[in-house]
Write a protein that binds this ligand. Structure first.
Ligand SMILES: [Zn+2]
Length: 222
């Protein structure tokens, strides 16, 4: 089954989008049946990045490069699906109805620490003339503040993340929501599925539950 993002539903004529649930199987691109799995997604072709928990952003103007390495990608090309594979990390989808631009970000704590989210919005704004206040954002289920435990957040994370740490837990949901707001995206344009992947193991794969499998969070322009 595929979980929709209600925030994108008024734009269904232009967009295909969603998050796969555990029952649809793994979308890890290293797995043997990855090709078969892709047939379960409602959009083709679809590009998965070789995610490296960094801050590299790709803009696909015409064709995507083969096996891009990075954690965010952007396109205005119709029919080209962008997908993030997740199991605890946040899969963040962005859509600008004015310029018909889409983006997908893989935001684990390492990428968040490297500011992958504001950096992607910066590229949208400065390279593609997107007004951040027009952007609509859908965020996949991910590790909640209940389960995002670190050994010592004060030494493991950069200073700007410390205000989000309470005991040994870090509220990565609030942190990313604040980054999106600060970059100019209004609160009402952001839809986060507030379900923790580790707590809901019947529905979602979770790296912290030792799952090797991944879910797909995807978007494409029709
Ligand atoms: Zn949890």
């Amino acid at each position: 089954m595929i979980l929709p993002f209600p925030i994108f539903e008024p734009h269904q004529e232009k967009l295909t989008f969603g998050t796969t649930l555990k029952e649809l199987g793994s979308f890890d691109d290293q797995s043997k049946n990855f090709g078969e799995q892709l047939n379960k997604l409602p959009t083709k072709p679809i590009i998965f990045c070789d995610q490296v928990h960094g801050d590299e952003i790709h803009v696909f103007v015409d064709k995507p490069i083969r096996k891009p390495e990075g954690d965010a990608f952007i396109t205005q090309k119709k029919g080209l699906g962008l997908a993030i594979k997740v199991a605890d990390c946040q899969g963040i989808l962005l859509f600008d109805p004015t310029t018909s631009t889409i983006a997908a970000i893989h935001a684990g704590w390492k990428g968040v620490a490297e500011n992958i989210v504001p950096k992607t919005i910066d590229v949208l704004e400065n390279a593609l003339t997107v007004d951040p206040s027009d952007l609509l954002v859908g965020i996949s289920p991910s590790l909640g503040p209940c389960c995002s435990e670190f050994t010592d957040p004060k030494t493991e994370l950069p200073d700007f993340m410390h205000p989000y740490a309470k005991d040994r837990h870090v509220d990565l949901w609030k942190l990313v929501d604040d980054q999106l707001n600060k970059a100019g995206i209004p609160k009402e344009n952001i839809e986060r599925i507030k379900e923790c992947t580790k707590c809901n193991k019947d529905k979602y794969f979770s790296h912290r539950n030792k799952d090797k499998e991944r879910m797909a969070v995807f978007i494409s322009l029709k």
